[in-house]
Design a protein around this ligand. Structure first.
Ligand code: VGL
Ligand code: ZN
Length: 198
């Protein structure tokens, strides 16, 4: 029963001082590194957006950060510009043990579509390829941690459970953005999908 640790978006822009800072984001670096012991594979995801990405409030004249718009694929929260390709803020937190990663998966690199989940973009149909990678390696159990619990971790966990993986989320090794009830919604959704919230 091989197990992978998937560390979601533990990047400078999601940590205090970053462009889309998650409160306490830097506090999870040590617990995340510790989780790398005792798994068969370590996978890191990296939010990776072009400078004019459709999920950025700046891309929509007059729109405020954290407001919602309708995209061709459904509702989308507009964020402050973050994790721009090649920028310092898109780099991993310097304390993260990136040398231990087997795979670094980038997501959100298409201008017109956001990708919270490590498995599908926000149209919910375009795959990232991660499920195939895990299956080819015979990995059926997943431990998830990272940022943010109510967006990229939550969406990844729900997708993974629906795809048939056994999924646990280590909440102590996550932090949340918590905008507009998003944390409660994500926790409810994860439980309904059969994710184990540890
Ligand atoms: C994330 C909002 C926008 C995340 C990424 O990593 O949770 N949230 N992009
Ligand atoms: Zn993003």
């Amino acid at each position: 029963m091989p197990r992978a640790l998937i560390v979601i978006d533990l990047q400078i822009d999601f940590c205090p001082g970053g462009a889309l800072a998650v409160q306490g984001g830097d506090e999870i670096v040590a617990p995340v590194n510790a989780l790398m012991d005792g798994v068969d594979a370590v996978i890191l995801t990296q939010d990776w957006h072009p400078a004019d990405h459709a999920s950025f409030a700046d891309t929509h004249p007059g729109a405020a950060p954290f407001s919602q718009v309708q995209m061709p694929y459904g509702p989308q929260v507009l964020w402050p510009a973050h994790c721009v390709i090649g920028s310092k803020g898109a780099a991993f937190h310097p304390g993260l043990a990136t040398d231990r990663a087997d795979l670094i998966l980038r997501k959100g690199f298409r201008r017109g579509i956001d990708s919270y989940s490590a498995f599908f973009e926000n149209d919910r149909t375009t795959p990232t390829g991660l499920a195939g990678y895990l299956r080819e390696r015979g990995i059926d159990q997943l431990t998830l941690a990272g940022l943010a619990l109510d967006f990229c971790v939550g969406w990844s966990a729900m997708d993974a459970a629906r795809l048939g993986f056994q999924v646990q989320v280590i909440q102590d090794a996550c932090r949340a953005i918590d905008t507009g009830g998003s944390l409660q919604a994500a926790q409810d959704g994860m439980r309904r999908a059969g994710v184990h919230l540890a």
